[in-house]
Design a protein around this ligand. Structure first.
Ligand code: BJW
Ligand code: ZN
Length: 245
């Protein structure tokens, strides 16, 4: 199948990739769902919502501080590096990620759309003004916004919150124009991100899903690769080289 996928890719000019927590799993970042997922231990609704932050800002910050520390210690894996290298095969290559860990940038990817923000940034919960990033937050002494006194929160997108309009609109535009869409390491259940591959497919793109598990979108994929992305993506690069030499 890998040769078939390589052959399909060589005919394509515009690629959009959507990644989720699974691409960073092999770097040691826990995913959200599934047996080993983050939310097996912590309840999502209790942590990744504005209601949770208003009720228990200290608990929410405990969780984010723990994840920040964890993410500051991990490195990109072969899957991230392979995606950075894959860009050279296309006229246009846009990497849309739901992840907040910044590992695609560290791996050298260029055109990145971070749909759910970045865990290293901070902002005011009331007026949204940015607060300096990479500042360690003490969950028991959360800093106040210099402009309005609101509590500082991580600059990520919680359930029930709108995604940045410029970012999500560009992701939809690029998806509608793509001739190849790679869906990598996401459970494809969180919207609007999970709508992007659907748009691409409806506009005629070839859809390739790379995920050891099936998802609600597997049925519409032209190819489903049931392997970890850190193993498959480097092999895909080799198959592309082999196909043109
Ligand atoms: C591997 C692997 C390996 C493992 N290789 N693969 C009802 C009530 C309220 C809201 C809604 C509702 N119905 C719909 C909504 C909308 C809601 C939504 O979609 N909910 C669904 C759960 C139903 N969406 C929103 O609220 C969004 N905003 C919005 O819609 O605005 C409009 C609106 C306004 C007001 C009201 C309602 C709507 C915002 C969504 C924000 C999501 N935020 C989070 C947290 C980000 C910050 C943080 O990191 O803390 O984003 S939640 C979490 O899920 C995180 C992720 O980015 C996102 C997606 O998860 P992902 O990445 O797919 O991870 P997993 O763990 O689910 O999957 C990992 C996959 O990897 C698995 O499939 C594995 O098999 C695979 N894997 N190892 C390859 N080695
Ligand atoms: Zn403020």
């Amino acid at each position: 199948m890998i040769e078939q996928i390589a052959k399909a890719i060589i005919g394509c000019n515009r690629c959009v990739v959507l990644t989720g927590a699974g691409i960073s799993a092999e770097s040691g970042v826990p995913t959200f769902r599934g047996k080993e997922g983050l939310w097996g231990k912590f309840k999502a609704e209790e942590l990744a919502t504005m209601d949770a932050f208003v009720a228990n800002p200290d608990i929410v910050w405990e969780w984010y501080s723990w994840r920040r520390n964890l993410m500051s210690e991990v490195e990109p894996n072969p899957g991230h590096y392979a995606l950075a290298e894959l860009a050279k095969w296309f006229d246009s290559f846009v990497l849309v990620t739901q992840n907040v860990d910044g590992l695609h940038r560290t791996a050298g990817s260029k055109d990145i759309l971070e749909l759910h923000g970045n865990i290293n940034r901070n902002k005011c919960v009331k007026c949204n003004q940015p607060f300096p990033e990479h500042i360690e937050i003490d969950p028991n002494d959360i800093p106040a916004c210099p402009a309005c006194g609101g509590k500082i929160r991580p600059d990520v997108v919680w359930f029930g919150e709108m995604l940045d309009a410029g970012v999500i609109n560009r992701a939809f535009d690029e998806s509608a124009r793509a001739d190849l869409f790679l869906l990598v390491g996401t459970s494809a259940i969180v919207y609007p991100a999970a709508q992007l591959p659907v748009e691409a497919k409806h506009a005629g793109a070839t859809l390739v899903e790379i995920n050891p598990e099936e998802t609600p979108l597997t049925f519409m994929a032209d190819f489903h690769v049931g392997e970890p992305s850190g193993q498959f993506l480097p092999r895909l690069l080799q198959a592309l080289e082999a196909a043109v030499h």
